[in-house]
Structures are given as C-alpha cells and as structure tokens.
Write a protein that binds this ligand. Structure first.
Ligand SMILES: [Zn+2]
Length: 123
C-alpha cells in the first residue's frame, strides 16, 4: 500500500497515480527524497515547512561569523535565531552556532576592553 502525501488515501502498490486526487507517486518519491535531504522534521505541519534556510542554519552561520569578525551584532543574530522555533532537525548545528556566538561575544568584549584600555594607557 502507498499512502498519498497529498490527500492521505491508501492506494494499491501498482497504482502510478493516486485514485482519489491523481497525485503522481513518481513525484511523491522525489518529494520524499528531497525532504530527507533537507532533514525536515516530519512532525512540523506542511504549511510551516521551511526552505533551505532555517534558524539552526542561521544560528550556525551567525555564530561562526561572530567568531571570525568579533562584532556583537553577529552574536545577537545567532542568539536571536537560536531562540526561534526550528522547522528542521539540526540541533547539533544550532548548538554549535550558539557556542560560537558566546565565543564571538567574549572576543568582542575582549577587543572593546583592549582598545579602550589601550587608549587610556597611551595618554
Ligand atoms: Zn491523493
């Protein structure tokens, strides 16, 4: 039995299209492979599914940037995305991004203190 992802009707394995809504099962297989590739969370409703860019990915990217370019803005963006609800199952990536953001924030503060202290000391 094949369950149609569009209407939910159970179909015979021999069917190439859904008997109820006419959805192509060839297309369905491609769709399912694509979703596996995206690591989408199956418990998230269809209309809330993400594209490629979701908060765990953004958390990781901004977290990494906050370390490479120690500016508090990137740490903030990473933390902002860390708190947003996730549509894909990428918790390890998200957690790593959050760690990067903390390191980036620490570097930013260190840099600020270093510059201010340098200015005061040079007088
Ligand atoms: Zn159907």
């Amino acid at each position: 039995m094949i369950r149609c992802i569009r209407c939910g009707m159970e179909n015979d394995d021999k069917n190439e299209v859904c008997g109820n809504c006419g959805y192509s099962f060839k297309e369905q297989k491609v769709e399912e492979e694509y979703r596996k590739l995206l690591r989408e969370d199956p418990s998230v409703p269809e209309e809330e599914r993400s594209g490629l860019v979701d908060s765990p990915i953004l958390t990781f990217v901004f977290g990494l940037l906050s370390m490479l370019l120690p500016i508090l803005v990137f740490s903030f963006l990473a933390w902002y995305n860390y708190k947003k609800p996730s549509k894909v199952k990428l918790e390890p990536l998200r957690n790593l991004g959050n760690i990067f953001a903390y390191i980036g924030a620490a570097l930013s503060i260190f840099l600020l203190v270093y510059i201010v202290w340098g200015l005061i000391a040079s007088k």
